[in-house]
Design a protein around this ligand. Structure first.
Ligand SMILES: [Zn+2]
Length: 281
């Protein structure tokens, strides 16, 4: 194995990443080294890496990249349950394992939580980011075996690199107890999470999906998923209003920039007033 690799690193908030040559990390005894084959990329990275938000960036220069998938290239001396050659998705969620929330089995509430290759939620999340300092825009990253998801042969690395977002949408739909016959309202349906929620809601048996989105191309693709679906333009929001007054089971809000459904109920169209579309089947 070569001694060095390429890694996209953030040197200064708000500035473009630089492709640097760095040493390939050696996995700690209970960690693995993964050769990255695909990594997710999302527009929100621009906001996070601007350094202007509340998020705590890793120490700079930071190797970044969220939601990586690849092949295990090396295992630490104490790792027994995964092997070199395994195809995996690397869950980027870092939880400390020792805070009251982690001990209560709620790692998503960890008081030192962080996303590997992305940011920490608290100042003291930095320790975890330093333990796993490489993001998915590197040729190799280290990870703990507990965070690996084995990929069946039919799942590509590119698909797996979307697991983080699909999982978020899936968790929301499960929380809303979506089942056969459910109605689902998705605010921000053309975003990453909204598209995932649409696909998953259909797979879970939802019979009607109410959605608001601003990207007409994506709206067209969503519509094509089920040819019987009908479009409603802004002037027809009142019909959406009528539909939404029926028992819509879960309400899934994926956007703070698009109106809450209650505003749609007023029949006044999207808050931005320009190019929103209502979609309802
Ligand atoms: Zn914790």
């Amino acid at each position: 194995m070569a001694a060095s690799m390429r890694s996209a690193r953030l040197h200064e908030p708000g500035q473009p990443l630089r492709i640097d040559t760095v040493e390939i990390p050696e996995p700690r005894p209970r960690d693995v080294l993964v050769r990255v084959k695909a990594c997710g990329i999302i527009p929100n990275m621009n906001a996070i890496f601007s350094g202007r938000l509340w998020n705590h960036l890793p120490p700079l220069p930071a190797s970044v990249g969220l939601d990586a998938a690849g092949v295990i290239a090396k295992v630490g001396s104490e790792v027994t349950d995964v092997a070199v050659g395994d195809r995996v998705y690397v869950n980027p969620w870092l939880s400390c394992g020792t805070c009251p929330y982690c001990r209560a089995g709620e790692p998503m509430l960890c008081s030192a939580a962080a996303f590997q290759g992305y940011f920490g939620f608290f100042p003291h999340s930095t320790r975890q980011l330093l333990d796993y300092p490489f993001g998915g825009f590197s040729e190799y990253i280290t990870a703990s075996p507990q965070r690996l998801v084995h990929l069946p042969p039919q799942v590509t690395f590119e698909q797996a690199a979307r697991f983080g977002y699909l999982g978020t949408s899936y968790a929301a739909l499960r929380l809303g107890q979506v089942r056969g016959g459910s109605w689902v309202a998705i605010n921000g349906i053309t975003g990453t999470l909204g598209v995932g929620a649409t696909l998953l809601a259909l797979a879970m048996g939802a019979t009607r999906i109410l959605g608001l989105g601003r990207n007409r191309d994506v709206l067209a693709q969503l519509r094509a998923l089920a040819p019987a679906q009908a479009w409603r333009n802004r002037s027809q929001y009142r019909r959406l209003d009528g539909a939404a007054r029926n028992p819509t089971d879960p309400f899934y809000d994926r956007s703070s920039a698009i109106p809450r459904l209650e505003l749609v109920h007023d029949g006044r169209g999207p808050v931005d007033g320009r190019d929103g579309e209502a979609w309802y089947a």
